[in-house]
Design a protein around this ligand. Sequence first.
Ligand SMILES: Cc1cc2nc3c(=O)[nH]c(=O)nc-3n(C[C@H](O)[C@H](O)[C@H](O)COP(=O)(O)OP(=O)(O)OC[C@H]3O[C@@H](n4cnc5c(N)ncnc54)[C@H](O)[C@@H]3O)c2cc1C
Length: 393
Amino acid sequence: MKEERHDVVVVGAGPAGSITAKTAAELGLDVLLIERNQEIGVPVKCAEGVSKEIEKFVALDKDWICVEVHGANIYGPDGTKVVMAGERMDEVGYVLERRIFDRALVSEAARAGAEVRVKTEAYGLIEANGYVKGVYVRSIGEDTRIYANVVVGADGVESRVGRWAGIDTRLKPSNLSVCAEFLMCNIEVNKDYSEFFLGSEIAPKGYAWVFPKGGDCANVGVGIGGDVSGETHRAIDYLNAFVRNKFPDGKPVAEMYGAVPLSGPLNETVADGLILVGDAARQVNPLTGGGITYAMQAGKIAGEVIAGAVQENNFSKLRLMEYKNRWRSAFGKRLETGLKAKEFFFGLSDADLNTLAHSLEGVKIEDLSTGALLLELIKRNPKILFGLAKIVI
Ligand SMILES: Cc1cc2nc3c(=O)[nH]c(=O)nc-3n(C[C@H](O)[C@H](O)[C@H](O)COP(=O)(O)OP(=O)(O)OC[C@H]3O[C@@H](n4cnc5c(N)ncnc54)[C@H](O)[C@@H]3O)c2cc1C
């Protein structure tokens, strides 16, 4: 078998892997970034909405921004509309073109000096003395043993890298949102707002979304709890019902299926010689399903920590724990609050959700993050939200 050696091998070229590779390469490391697909960012499995926070991690480029949105409309089960509009929004800001965005991030990693290899799939870890020492990869029928001081598992929701290293990455069906989405054209779209639709008949344990993509097109999708999905009531069945009702003249021009981990972040995100980032580490807001900016933030921290570890020639779990401490202090609390809020809201009936929506009807909510929305709801609905108040405050 062929052999090679690098400082770092990053498995998976989504946002988490690309930013890790770019950061580590900028800090002078020899980085290999591998991707099993033949094209970066394809197939797209995303609604493509991000907050303006993304500007902290990458310079904006009009090539990958489809639309700038200025707020969100949230519809309760009976159709009551809650308007959120302001500058500080957690999960809205831009709708991306991820095919171009993901490729742009990989290109940045490559420009920083990382070697990028597509059509290259990791299928196992090289281990010695309890340390991860590299990965086995297969590329167009050829196997290679790739040694590295640190392996980064950035292999998304289906991540196997962590599991190979003995980390429990299993997801219960109730901790997974299963999704179906159409890119639809020929529809009447609110061009400035992302829209969210709640209710057990629309999307049990989830929501439906309409994110504008420019012109008369939008990403129209439904995510439902993995534990309530079944034959004849799969995400695609709810999506078909939703578009039949809302966009009878709409034309789907693309279709995708995917899953989002809603378990909250893994407790173990490092091991000797190993770091997990992005969806592989379950760094997704369980309330909203948004993971892009967390993946990027974690990737930046991971790249910096690995560079420090290389300088000290120390790749122990204890040394790499700096990564866990830093991402936890950067956004761990937001994910934990999101998890508790998700569990709380999934327990509410449609009647409760309607009551909450009514309490905010006609109120123009400005400068709103998910946390602030929760506080506003608690203020107006102390009885229903008594349990939630204990989580948020
Ligand atoms: C339907 C849907 C809608 C979503 N909408 C939004 C949204 O609007 N906003 C938001 O912020 N987030 C959204 N998300 C979540 C978001 O897509 C993820 O959080 C984000 O892509 C995570 O980035 P990542 O780099 O960790 O993983 P990914 O982007 O999943 O990248 C992982 C990469 O690893 C590769 N890979 C896997 N295994 C191997 C292997 N063995 N060897 C080599 N390569 C491998 C994969 O091919 C993939 O390219 C959505 C997800 C879904 C499914």
